[in-house]
Design a protein around this ligand. Sequence first.
Ligand SMILES: [Ca+2]
Length: 202
Amino acid sequence: MACGLLAILPVLSHTQESIRTFPYSQDFGANFNEKGSVFLQNWWWNKGGNGQIFQFNWQGRSDLFSLALLPDGTPPITAQLYLDLRGRKNTYLGFWAATLKNGGDKDLKKSYLAVSVSTNGGKDFGFEIPIGPAGGFPNQNNTFQYFQYPLPQVADGNATTVLRFSVWSEEGAQQPAIILLDDVRVAQAPSDVAPPFIVSLD
Ligand SMILES: [Ca+2]
């Protein structure tokens, strides 16, 4: 029995709890757990290279709080959200993203943001879609914009789905923009609206 259980346990089961109640929303107003990798219930972070990821308490979409990601080169910073989609279909992700200028006039590195999906508990990711302007986010202030990402059909009914936000920047000594994420929502659409794609509805 023990061996059987080990064989079927998903990769995430020993590190993370999955969201089972939808619609789900997250405004990043609760205190983060700075220790370890699980910074909020159902959320896991990874700081690539010298990148930083933290709770921002000065600017959110409708409050003062958001999730800030400051990349340092190409090792991506990631924030992952764990979903149990058994009995669910036509799931979509909605969220808001803004940028904050970081550094001075000579700091012109671009920041990049992408969303991808795993259906095996975070072992493998695919369906990666770039978000924001072609060529990356310039290092300047930009207000929150809404983005929406319908999950791929392979996630329908999948108990070990992981949504991943990845942020990275150009290499070099200059500073890139800080990317802020806020008001993340995961919900069911009334029907399959489209193949996986991401659009700004601004
Ligand atoms: Ca917020």
